[in-house]
Structure formats: structure tokens, C-alpha cells
Ligand binder design. Structure first.
Ligand code: BGC
Ligand code: NOJ
Length: 813
């Protein structure tokens, strides 16, 4: 496959610049970072929602459409007989120039046609429930231009799931109001909703449309709406069917002249008593106030500058200079940016996650916050409390909760026995970053039941105990529905294609199914738990817990080792999974990752052997595959994993999320060269250089899965953006490769490097202090710090104590 480049990085502006609209797949970006969010593709497709992509969807989107990526915020420019869109779609009229710049929570799309340039800046201003679209039209020709401009948004009837199915009701509920240049969407406001949305522009309009079929024409399409093609809005008022919002503006531009138009898509909530201004007339005060905040170019530019300054401050917290651009731009910009996005979205809304399937995952969000906690610790703190509030008294967990309600639900399954461990993982990361031990004393309910509150520490204890209370015949953790690998369903035995592997009844009664992966995870998080107990003076609890951790290590050595690698699991009947004895799936990545991270059997050489087996059997050109050999038939006793064709997803795909586990395992073994080689293979900037066509998805962020060596098209990426890979890549590079590890009382310096890494500097803000850490590695050592000085004074060991102020740290390897 010949490679074509569709764009390039612009590090100075922290942007990815797309120069061809026909990317191999829509390349998207995220606007908003708190309550109001938009997904936007490189051709302005996508949608907006408030907090929850399922329950509070503002604009409509068509998934998996033909052509791809249908629905968005569209502008049509009618210049004489030519109609075009600045983002190429939906008109697809060939442009004289096209560019899309995806930046930190903003996107700027520019198109040029016949001497007219249209450039639109899309962003969600800080603390604002709305998306600003600043359109600049410029006449670059020598003639006066008279242009007809149409905007377009299509409303979603709030609940994105029922919006797609309940037409018998939906087609009768739609309601709008039109006042001046603002179109208000108030479907269901008359009854139980106290929110509406609006789409306005800061200039008078010469017409509008709010009924989709009137605007587009029943047998027409987005590319060529009737109203636009005829250059004549219908001033339609929607009653039921599909309400839209379209403004019509006539623009005259002198040669060289430019004009700004500020569009605002906003969301408003009103108190019950203040819902209406008059009978059937909505109270528009808040909408008008928001419109007034963004009604001039100056105000919008100021809000945009604030957003940029916000990102300056976030990205200043950890900044590295290694001299390797590909590494620096991922560490300093894109990896941290993706961590913000995964923190906000969990696995809910992307171009692979419909926004109606999943909310916030228990395990997912705990992992995501590890990539984010250094950015805004207070939000990570709240997240931990929210997650823990959905836990059950015995330590078990709902697998997800809905962000709008914060209540746990079983919509995507439950009974995953790895879940509790991740709460320890997330909480420890938070305390190490902030030094805020008070979080442990917060009173947190079980399953959100008032009156059930116990301290967060108690939640950690029941999490720890959930594992030891659920051990199997080999004293290894029972797997439950599955562990981290949602598709290793050892208790499902499903022959019914109409049931989901994730939610079907779990036949775990009498099951012997145990997970070696959870064992490794338990040893890692269990050691963290012990250390936390000691640090907070809970010595008795620490002693008790340590015994269980030791016992688990023993159990893995006795029953979890296959000879050359760690076993993956025991199935329902007690048969081995991930053993050389198996015909398919002899070796799996997850247990190699976690047991090497845990250092189980390090002295006996198990860690090194397992890592070598990974290189020999699982590694390929594009990364490390999940298992090998891939499953070629359905194994009912293993479930969904064997439902995927070879090389895809959990069946021997490169599941990027778990590659960092092996990389960290390599750093535990001190093998800096191997760690770096594995890391580089899934680092987007390396893929960006020469594999854009093959890789297909966005080259500036990690995707969940890259097709593995057994796949039809190895190297092809899928499921971009929302993946635990973001947090794990960050954790790995920042703490284990570059070796800057937040710890309870300071920063521990412990790099693990390839020989070629001779010198680098990390600037790290930590609890308000600033450390400039200069690492020198003259002999090309992999691991081992020879000396550390803090402000010129030699330290005893590698822990740089936390001291307020500005500091210089010199490290020699
Ligand atoms: C996917 C998993 C996912 C699970 C739960 C499965 O079909 O392969 O990656 O975690 O569904 O949504
Ligand atoms: C994606 C899910 O979000 C995550 O929770 C799971 O661990 C992986 N898939 C592996 O199955």
C-alpha cells in the first residue's frame, strides 16, 4: 500500500494540520472540556451534547452513514451558481484551498473558492455551555462579491437513543421558536424538560428555516438542499418532524474586505418556576445573556485567548526536552491532550463509540484519571468520589455509570472481578500527585444509598478484600464475568446470537475460572495499598494485607507459571488458558504485563523469561498482539474473545492499552532498549511519519486497536481516541521511561532509557513547586541513578523531597 500524507504536525501552534479533506477516515477533534462537548471532524461533521452523549444530545448525527460522516454544523456559500462548503463536505464542491487545523479543544477549518475565503474557528469557551463558530468571510478577488450564506444544524430530540427509534412519537413532538436571529429548540420543554437549546448569529438575518424537509427537500440530501440551491430560504416553522436551525444571510464584500459572523450553539437550563416568559413562550433570558457574551469579534477573540492560556497552563505542568521531536510532541502535547479527552469522555462518544452505548466505566475512569491527575487534581478527586459512590458494600462494582445521573447501572454488564483493584490504582495516583491524604477520610456511600457512607479508605479496603474473598481452587482470583479483557468470558457459555456476551447471565455457580492477570494486578495494587497503609499509620492493616500479597505471589509462582511465560487463566472446569499445552491462544499479553510489572519471580528469572516470550511470540512490526496463536474457531468456554476474526480486537489484535504494561514490565527488569522499542511502535508520531494510509485513523492520538499480525490488514487502526492507551502511554513515558515519579513525599527519579538517550530535561510542576530536572546519561546506562542533587546539594537516594519554590535537580545515571 503506497502511503499518502494527509497532514502534518505544527508543534509551535500545537496543531495537527490536515491538508486533504478526504482522509482515510474522518479525523476528529473534541471541543469543550467540562460540561459542554462537541465532536468535530475535519469536514465539520459531528455533534454536540451537554454532559451526557446519550441523555442530553443537542444535535443529530448519523452513524455509519453513506457517505461517511453525515450530520454536523454546516455552512453553505452560494456565490453565483456555485455552492460550496468551507470544510468541503457536505457540498463536496472541489475547493481551491482546504485546511483543517485541530488544536487543543478548538478546530479551524478554512476553504477557498473563486476568490472567497471562508475560515471558521470552532470552540467551546471555558465555563460555557455552548459552541462558538466564528466565520470569517474574505473577498480575495478584484470584484465585488455578493454571497448568500446559509448555516445549518439539525436538532436531536435530546435522548440520542430514542431519537433513533421512536418515530411514532418523535415526528409529532418537535417544537421551535424563532426570535430575531436566534432559533430556539424547545421540544418537550412544555412537559418535563427544563432545558432548551438555541442557535443564533450576531447579525440580522434575511431569512431562516427550521423544518428539515422544507429546507432540504424530501428526496434531496445535505449536499444540495433545495433552499440553498435556489438561494431562497423558506422561513419555515417546524411543527413535529425534524426540526433544524438554518440562518440565511446576504453578504456583500468589497475587494479585499473581510467580515466576521459569530454563530453560537447554546444550551440553557431554567428553574421550574422560571421556565416561561408567557403562555407557550420560553424564558430566553439566559440564552440572551450567553449570546451577549459572544456577540463581537473582540469578545470571541478574548474567549479564545483564554482557552489557549488555559492549555498553556495545563501543558506547562510536565514538559520534556529530549531533542527528539517525535517524542517531545507526543509527551508535551498530544498524549496529554488525549488524556484530558479520555478523562472527560471515558468510552462514551467518539466515531467508534456511539454515545448511546456506554457511560463512564469503573475501571476505565480509574485508569483515565492516572493520565489526567497532574493536570487538574481537583477534578480527579471528584471523579474518584463519584466512582467509589457506585461501589457495593462487598467491594464489587457496577461496571459503568451515566455521567448525568452518576448512578451505577448494569447496562453494559457487571461482575468483572478486576474492577475493585482499579479504585486503589486511581486513588494512590491522586494522593501521590497531590499529597492530599484527606481524600481517604471523605465519607462515600455504597451504590449511592444515603446512610451507607463510609470513608474512602474503607472503600479501598473492601476493594482489596473483594479479591481475597473471591479466590479459586489455586488461590488465584476468580475471574467473574471477565477481567480487564471484557471478552475473556469464561462463565458465559453462550450459544444464543441474540444475547450480548457482556450482559448475558453469568453462570459462575461452581466455576473454577481464575485470572492470573487479576493476580498480577492485585500484587501491584496490593503493594500500593500496603504502602499507603504504612504511610498513614495503619500498620496492622498493612501487615494483614502484606500477607495476602505474599500469598498471591506464591500462588502465581506455583500455579500461574507455564514454563516460559505466565499462564493467562484457568477456565470454568479448571483447564489452563494461555499455556503451551493449548492449541490456540498459548500465550496472552495481560498476565505477562501485570506479573512482570508486579515483579513476580524476578529473582528466579521469571520476569525476563516472560518478557522474552512476549518478544518472540507476541511482538510484530506494529506492536504487541494480545494473544498467539489467534483463535480460528469459536470456543464457547472462552466467549467473545473467540468471536472476532484473527488479528482483530481482543483476538490477537494489537490492543494498544496493554502494550504499556509490558513496557513497564521491561523497565522493572531494567531493559531500557526493549522498553523504548515497544513504546516507539505504538507512538502515534512514528506512525504519522510513514503509515497514514494504512493506519487510517487519526495520526495524532492513540487508537484502541491496531490490526495484529494475523489480520487481513496488519497495521490498520480502529477505535481511535477513547482508549485507556492514552493514560497508560502517559504513565509509562512520564514515570517509567523518563522516570519522574510522583510519590507521597516528593518525586522519585527512576528513568529507564535506551542507550541513545544521553540527556534530557523535564520541567515538572508539583503541588505548586517547580522542578527543573536535568538528566544526564553519559555512559548510556539503561537504569540506575548514580547521583541526584537538589539545588546543588547532593541527596541521599533518588527521592527529591517536596519543597515549595523553584528548584534545579541534576541527575547522573
Ligand atoms: C469489545 C470490548 C469492549 C466490550 C464492552 C466488546 O465487544 O470487544 O473491547 O470492552 O465489548 O463494551
Ligand atoms: C475496552 C473497554 O473499555 C475496557 O474496559 C476493556 O478493558 C478493554 N476494552 C479490553 O476488553
Amino acid at each position: 500500500m503506497t502511503n499518502k500524507k494527509y497532514g502534518h504536525f505544527d508543534d509551535e501552534h500545537r496543531e495537527y494540520v490536515i491538508t486533504d479533506p478526504q482522509t482515510p477516515w474522518p479525523w476528529i477533534n473534541y471541543l469543550g472540556n467540562e460540561d459542554f462537548f462537541s465532536l468535530i471532524s475535519n469536514t465539520a461533521g459531528g455533534y454536540s451534547f451537554y454532559k451526557d452523549a446519550k441523555f442530553r444530545r443537542l444535535t443529530r448525527y448519523r452513524y455509519n452513514g453513506v457517505p461517511m460522516d453525515n450530520g454536523g454544523r454546516y455552512f453553505y456559500i452560494k456565490d453565483g451558481d456555485t455552492v460550496w462548503s468551507p470544510g468541503w463536505k457536505p457540498c463536496k464542491t472541489p475547493l481551491d484551498f482546504y485546511e483543517c487545523r485541530h488544536g487543543m479543544n478548538y478546530t479551524r477549518i478554512t476553504g477557498r473558492k473563486d476568490g472567497v475565503e471562508a475560515s471558521i474557528l470552532f470552540f467551546v469557551p471555558l465555563k460555557t455551555w455552548g459552541e462558538v463558530q466564528k466565520l470569517t468571510l474574505k473577498n480575495e478577488s478584484k470584484d465585488v462579491k455578493s454571497i448568500k450564506l446559509f448555516s445549518f444544524e439539525e436538532w436531536c430530540l435530546w435522548n440520542a437513543a430514542t431519537d433513533m427509534e421512536n418515530f411514532q412519537r418523535n415526528f409529532s413532538t418537535g417544537e421551535v421558536e424563532i426570535e430575531g436571529s436566534v432559533i430556539y429548540h424547545k421540544t418537550e420543554y412544555r412537559e418535563r424538560r427544563n432545558h432548551y437549546a438555541f442557535y443564533g448569529v450576531n447579525v440580522p438575518v434575511q431569512g431562516f428555516d427550521t423544518d428539515r424537509e422544507t429546507f432540504i427537500g424530501l428526496y434531496n440530501e445535505f449536499a444540495c438542499p433545495d433552499a440553498v440551491m435556489e438561494g431562497r430560504p423558506r422561513n419555515s416553522h417546524a411543527h413535529g418532524w425534524s426540526p433544524i436551525a438554518s440562518h440565511y444571510i446576504e453578504v456583500t464584500l468589497q475587494p479585499g474586505e473581510a467580515k466576521d459572523f459569530i454563530f453560537l450553539l447554546g444550551y440553557v437550563e431554567n428553574e421550574q418556576e422560571e421556565k416561561f416568559a408567557a403562555h407557550q413562550v420560553i424564558n430566553k433570558d439566559k440564552a440572551k445573556a450567553m449570546l451577549a457574551r459572544f456577540d463581537t469579534t473582540e469578545k470571541v477573540d478574548a474567549a479564545f485567548a483564554e482557552l489557549n492560556a488555559y492549555w498553556d497552563s495545563l501543558l506547562n505542568i510536565y514538559n520534556v526536552e529530549t531533542g527528539n521531536d517525535k517524542l517531545d510532541r507526543m509527551v508535551n502535547i498530544w498524549n496529554q491532550y488525549q488524556c484530558m479527552v479520555t478523562f472527560c469522555m471515558s468510552r462514551s462518544a467518539s466515531f467508534f463509540e456511539s454515545g448511546i452505548g456506554r457511560g463512564m466505566g469503573f475501571r476505565d475512569s480509574n485508569q483515565d484519571l492516572v493520565g489526567f491527575v497532574h493536570q487538574i487534581p481537583e477534578r480527579a478527586r471528584q471523579r474518584i468520589i463519584d466512582i467509589a459512590s457506585t461501589q457495593f458494600p462487598d467491594g464489587g462494582c457496577y461496571h459503568q455509570y451515566q455521567p448525568l445521573t452518576k448512578r451505577g447501572n448494569n447496562d453494559i454488564g457487571g461482575g468483572f472481578n478486576d474492577d475493585p483493584c482499579w479504585l486503589i490504582f486511581g486513588t494512590v495516583a491522586y494522593i501521590k500527585e497531590t499529597g492530599d491524604f484527606t481524600i481517604l477520610d471523605e465519607m462515600v456511600p455504597f451504590d449511592n444509598q444515603p446512610g451507607s457512607e463510609v470513608t474512602l479508605f474503607e472503600h479501598l479496603r473492601v476493594s482489596f478484600d473483594h479479591v481475597i474473598n473471591n479466590l479459586g481452587p489455586h488461590r488465584l482470583p476468580l475471574i467473574g464475568r471477565a477481567d480487564w479483557n471484557d471478552c475473556l468470558n469464561l462463565n458465559c457459555f453462550s450459544w444464543d446470537p441474540n444475547e450480548s456476551f457482556q450482559t448475558t447471565e453469568n453462570k459462575s455457580e461452581g466455576s473454577k475460572a481464575e485470572s492470573v492477570m487479576i493476580a498480577g494486578l492485585f500484587v501491584v495494587t496490593g503493594k500500593d495499598y500496603v504502602a499507603l497503609c504504612r504511610r498513614t499509620g495503619r500498620d496492622e492493616e498493612a501487615d494483614r494485607a502484606q500477607k495476602h500479597v505474599n500469598a498471591m505471589e506464591e500462588a502465581v509462582k506455583q500455579h500461574g507459571w507455564d514454563g516460559e511465560w505466565y499462564l493467562r487463566a484457568y477456565d470454568f472446569f479448571g483447564n489452563k488458558i494461555g499455556s503451551d499445552e493449548c492449541e490456540e491462544g498459548k500465550i496472552f499479553i495481560e498476565s505477562q504485563g501485570w506479573c512482570t510489572m508486579a515483579g513476580i519471580g524476578l529473582e528466579e528469572g521469571l520476569v525476563g523469561k516472560a518478557l522474552d516470550s512476549v518478544k518472540e511470540r507476541l511482538e510484530c512490526e506494529h506492536g504487541i498482539v494480545l494473544n498467539n496463536p489467534a483463535f480460528t474457531t469459536y470456543h464457547v468456554e472462552m466467549g467473545e474473545i473467540s468471536s472476532y476474526p484473527e488479528g482483530y480486537k481482543e483476538n490477537a489484535g494489537i490492543f494498544c492499552h496493554n502494550n504499556p504494561w509490558v513496557i513497564i514490565g521491561e523497565t522493572v527488569a531494567g531493559r531500557g532498549e526493549d522498553a523504548w522499542e515497544h513504546y516507539k511502535k505504538i507512538l502515534p508520531s512514528y506512525v504519522e511519519e510513514d503509515r497514514q494510509t494504512l493506519h487510517k485513523v487519526e495520526p495524532y492520538v492513540n487508537c484502541q486497536m491496531v490490526a495484529g499480525k494475523d489480520a487481513f490488514r496488519p497495521g490498520e487502526g480502529k477505535n481511535s481516541w477513547l482508549t485507556g492507551t492514552a493514560a497508560w502511554m502517559w504513565y509509562t513515558v512520564s514515570e517509567f521511561i523518563l522516570g519522574i515519579k510522583p510519590d507521597y513525599d516528593g518525586i522519585l527519579i527512576d528513568p529507564c532509557l535506551p542507550k541513545t538517550a544521553k540527556e534530557y530535561t523535564v520541567r515538572r510542576r508539583f503541588r505548586g513547586a517547580e522542578y527543573e530536572i536535568h538528566v544526564q546519561n553519559p555512559d548510556g546506562a539503561s537504569k540506575g541513578v548514580k547521583s541526584v542533587t537538589l539545588d546543588g546539594k547532593a541527596l541521599d537516594g533518588a527521592l527529591v523531597p517536596f519543597v515549595p519554590g523553584k528548584h534545579v535537580v541534576e541527575v547522573i545515571m
